[in-house]
Design a protein around this ligand. Structure first.
Ligand code: 4GS
Length: 236
């Protein structure tokens, strides 16, 4: 997987993507990271990439031409002549979730355009963006953190990125349920005991307990997820 990230804040993308497991994946070349600084595509001598919105109002908008030319550069760097999806983080996009992470992990390369300020001129969005995507219903300062979220969630689904083989698919959402609680040493901490079943050595019993805890948690904390899970199995 190669991510082409278009941004005015390359340092923010580097800090997020080159740390921890995603950083190791980049160093091992399981994931490619191509950061394109939109400022390099300014079309005036002042190096500006933003301008005032027509019709007035607060803040600045990113101009068409630098964004368009930065996307053209990213497309030139895509290996072969593939149709590459161009993601644009925005609260107006499709809500990003684990199933979308799986869908995107099947792509060979992805381009993510990070808007900053109040956003990007609508005309260039219409022309280049294939997938407006939202990481949730709140307003951020830029698309860099959403891009980092998407890269993180997608990268850990790429074979070899997680060393402990199966850990990606036992976690929350992979089975449509929240994850069961987990414990490590010591056996008693602040007077609280680790659930004895986990010390029993009976794997079948442990599995059943974890499944029961997953169902209980999902019902308590995310009842809509539990309903969906039950419906998919014809139980609701
Ligand atoms: C989100 C979000 C977001 C919106 C970017 C205002 C700068 C900002 N992007 N999910 N302009 N939530 N974007 O808040 O994806």
């Amino acid at each position: 997987m190669v991510f082409h990230i278009l941004t005015l804040f390359p340092e923010l993308i580097k800090a997020a993507a080159l740390t921890s497991i995603t950083g190791r994946a980049v160093r091992q070349e399981l994931v490619g990271l191509d950061i394109i600084d939109i400022r390099d595509f300014s079309i005036n001598r002042y190096g500006s990439v933003d301008d005032y919105p027509y019709g007035g109002g607060a803040g600045m908008l990113m101009m068409c031409e630098p964004v368009f030319n930065a996307v053209a550069m990213a497309k030139k760097r895509v290996t072969g002549n593939k149709e590459t999806r161009v993601l644009y983080p925005t609260p107006q996009g499709r809500i990003f979730d684990q199933s979308m992470a799986h869908e995107l992990s099947g792509e060979e390369e992805l381009i993510i355009v990070c808007g900053h300020y109040e956003g990007v001129d609508e005309r260039v969005i219409e022309e280049v963006v294939t997938d407006p995507v939202s990481i949730g219903d709140y307003v951020l300062t830029g698309g860099e953190l959403p891009a980092a979220v998407i890269m993180d969630a997608v990268s850990r689904l790429i074979p070899g990125v997680l060393h402990n083989g199966s850990s990606a698919d036992t976690e929350s959402f992979e089975n449509g349920l929240l994850e069961y609680p987990q414990y490590t040493r010591p056996e008693i901490w602040h007077g609280k005991e680790v659930p004895p079943v986990l010390l029993s050595g009976d794997h079948g019993k442990v599995e059943r307990w974890r499944f029961h805890e997953s169902l209980k948690r999902t019902g308590e904390r995310r009842p809509e997820l539990l309903r969906k899970w039950l419906k998919e199995r014809g139980i609701w």
